[in-house]
Design a protein around this ligand. Structure first.
Ligand code: ADP
Ligand code: MN
Ligand code: MN
Ligand code: MN
Ligand code: MN
Length: 337
């Protein structure tokens, strides 16, 4: 077999928001299997992950998919380790306590397609604004839907790569879109979201369109921000059969609001205002079917006899799904059923 192109992908050390980095490794006679991806290294002094004097950081392959857009290509998600093999402090994945994959996560990733020349979303005229919000959500037609070529190409690429995308939709603001990814196992859910983001960034390059992951890129104006709602369940929630258990799990989130907000993405106070289908960052609330709550109990949960999942609506579009999942798992596991 001809040489394979393995794109090793990792998260840099930028604060408060980490970005994707990647570089290509050529492997001859590659099997396509994760266990045949060697450890690798990179210059951590160029990514805010190490001082120049001892710059090497290690890349530990943790998840692999085929690269739908490159001949003989693979995308290899990696954890960053220190030179001594311990997890780097920027490595949120290493702190996910879900070795038996009992936690299922469905993330709803929102983002803006962004014109780097005008520094505005697609659909925004160079000077001024388009018509106010209302017609854009789940829209069709050139007056309201902007960038469909890009998001269709992204969807095809994700499906071809084997990412478990469950749907896509145009969002409430002009130029704003969403994709949903579900996985059984918190680590895999995080891996898949990061790989979905990677593919979107790379497809954007072709169109000269950047992806704006900021949670409130249009500031305080009357335009929705971007979230990354985290839908989650474990055996306890999936088999509960009682409202009391759902209340107990939700209540466990109340005393740790600060700890959750810390990993729910930068600048979230700009987004969690109590308007635009959000709860205030200062409050904690939950309720059936309540899209103004911190945690929504989906309407199907009481219908199914109080079994199912919860939706934490607070994580934002720029949050690290590994850190979000790790924190949710910690809180849910603190509940003794
Ligand atoms: P909405 O926009 O109404 O909040 P979406 O349909 O965009 O809802 O997303 C709901 C997500 O919930 C889906 O991505 C799905 O994967 C996820 N989900 C459904 N059931 C479960 C479950 N048992 N555990 C975790 N996530 C779930
Ligand atoms: Mn070099
Ligand atoms: Mn959604
Ligand atoms: Mn949405
Ligand atoms: Mn949602």
């Amino acid at each position: 077999m001809s040489a394979a192109k393995l794109e090793y992908i990792w998260l840099d050390g930028y604060k408060p928001t980490q970005s994707l980095r990647s570089k290509t490794k050529i492997e001859k006679d590659f099997s396509g299997k994760l266990e045949d991806c060697p450890m690798w290294s990179f210059d951590g002094s160029s990514t805010e992950q190490a001082p120049g004097g001892s710059s090497d950081c290690l890349l530990k392959p943790v998840y692999i998919i085929t690269d739908p857009q490159r001949k003989n290509g693979y995308l290899v998600m990696c954890e960053v380790l220190n030179a001594d093999g311990t997890p780097h402090e920027s490595n949120g994945r290493a702190h996910i306590d879900d070795d038996d994959n009992d936690f299922w996560f469905g993330f709803e990733q929102e983002y803006f397609l962004w014109n780097p020349e005008t520094n505005k979303p697609l659909g925004f005229p160079a000077g001024g604004y388009p018509a106010p919000q209302g017609p854009y959500y789940c829209s069709v037609g050139a007056n309201n839907a902007y960038g469909r070529d890009i998001i269709e190409e992204h969807l095809d690429a994700c499906l071809e790569a084997g990412l478990n995308v469950e749907g896509i939709n145009a969002e409430v603001a002009a130029g704003q879109w969403e994709f949903q990814i579900f996985a059984k196992g918190a680590k895999e859910a995080g891996d898949q979201i990061w790989l979905g983001r990677y593919l979107l960034e790379r497809i954007g390059e072709k169109y000269g369109v950047s992806i704006n992951w900021h949670c409130k890129p249009l500031g305080a104006l009357d335009w929705n921000g971007s979230g990354m709602h985290a839908n989650f369940s474990n055996t306890l929630l999936r088999t509960a059969g009682s409202k009391e258990i759902f209340d107990k799990v939700c209540e466990a989130f109340r005393p740790v609001v600060k700890e959750h907000i810390e990993v729910y993405g930068a600048d979230n106070h700009l987004r969690l205002t109590g308007k635009h289908e959000t709860a205030s960052i200062h409050d904690f609330s939950y309720g059936v079917s309540d899209r103004g709550a911190s945690i929504r109990i989906p309407v199907v949960v009481p219908k199914w006899g109080w079994k199912g999942y919860l939706e934490d609506r607070r994580p934002n579009s720029a949050a690290d799904p590994y850190k979000v999942a790790a924190r949710i798992i910690k809180t849910v596991k603190s509940v003794q059923a």
